[in-house]
Design a binder for this molecule. Sequence first.
Ligand code: NAI
Length: 509
Amino acid sequence: MSHSPLPQQAIIAVIGTGAMGAGIAQVVAAAGHRVRLFDARENAAKDAVKGLRAQFVKLAEKGKISAENARAAGERLCAVDQLSDLAGCTLIIEAIVENLEAKQTLFSTLEAIVGADCLFGTNTSSISVTAIGAALKHPQRLAGLHFFNPAPLMGLVEVVCGLATERRVADVLFATANAWGKTAVHAKSTPGFIVNRVARPYYAEALRLAQEGAADYASIDAVMREAGGFRMGPFELMDMIGHDINFAVTQSVWHAFFNDSRYRPSLIQQELVDAGYFGRKSGRGFYDYREGADKPIAQTEAPQTPTGMIVLFGQSPLSHALALRLQQHGVLFTRAPESDGRIAEVGDATIFVTDGRSATQRAAESDLANTVLIDLALDYNTATRLAMSAAAQCQTPAINAAIGLFQAAGYTLSRFRDVPGLAVMRTVAMLANEAADAVNQGVCSAVGADAAMCLGVNYPLGPLAWADRVGVNTIYTVLTHLGRSYGEDRYRISPLIQRAVFAARNLHD
Ligand code: NAI
């Protein structure tokens, strides 16, 4: 049953007026509610109101809202000096310090002030909603209302149910967040909720690639952007988030899952934190942001010629895109309708998309010494750069012919060490695996998981939709091979993916 949002005349309180609380207050006031702001720090709430009024004026000057709406929204904000001023509020959202005891104390104090029907929302990003609720007389009224930073701009709100949360409360908050112009998704209170859990492999696989010397940071970032379609590569993104924060989130999710190896933190990141290299904010992280520091450039293969006959096989997205792009560049080739998985042959080289095996293993198992592998791309038609690797047995002229072929089709190539699964394929497979497990464990729906990742962290495609597009069989194969290569439980395959494969279904079916 769908519930109605809170009516516009409902008064909403925001407690904690730092980065998140101020942003949330902006969203709520813009949506037409009167908002009372409280902060334990003297004058913080008053300053937040001043800042938000100025922000509304700025938005009006930019033409995003009318001057009248800016004035009205500003007037709906009111700083209060004590918690008792929050009696009469319909919903109280807390965005105070990330500390269980502080949040428990706050909400139990509020219970003595507000009416029995007042709802509580916590913006916690990592604390169990169940644990916060445990301190309340009426824990059924509390749900997570997890906004993303910056709250006025990010479209997602995770509505998180603790064990005692009443479903009606979550449904009302869900409808209310939607009425505020956000996309709400339901989540069960489990470590990392949806986004902070499903996003872990985006960082972790990149860190593992770097640790294995697969490629330098700039090359992995460039491939994830230009082939993967992600807005930021994992290393530049971690540098922006700050390694202290990113590492703390990873550790908290890992501990909360009782040290499940799937979430194990990285020694490389630990080193950065130990060194105080927190990223952009401290001038150094994976990259050096100090004045005069060189900007690292992604490794790019030197121009080669595709010597020898070019044959494209089958109708896979890559062979299809190669055909179109070679045609556009006036390069001659022939096509073979059938494919045993191979994408192309050029000279002595045989080219495949990675299936999670190293090129060397694949070359040995298929008795094709001159094996060259290409990474996954979000869209091979528009991708500008691809990662590639070659088998240890592969002869240099064959590698060069393969490089020349992709360059002739207009791709820039970054050559990786021969690691299993390359970058985009391996990351997408693990993102999909994590999202599938969240769905399988009832944390969220498949639609919710994908929406959360697109809106919460700007992924170009939801991981489950991406797995459906690549083929669930392919994801299963890649994970199987990664598991065999590393012998680690980390790559165990979600039962949801296994069932989809055996039922020949998509993950979204
Ligand atoms: P912040 O440090 O910018 O702001 C926290 C504010 O709460 C401060 O103004 C502080 O004076 C006030 N405060 C602390 N204890 C208080 C108490 N007991 N009563 C009243 N006010 C109190 O922190 P930020 O980044 O805004 O985070 C707030 C909450 O939102 C945390 O739970 C955090 O985990 C969560 N969150 C943070 C995100 C982020 O990217 N910064 C994203 C999503 C959630």
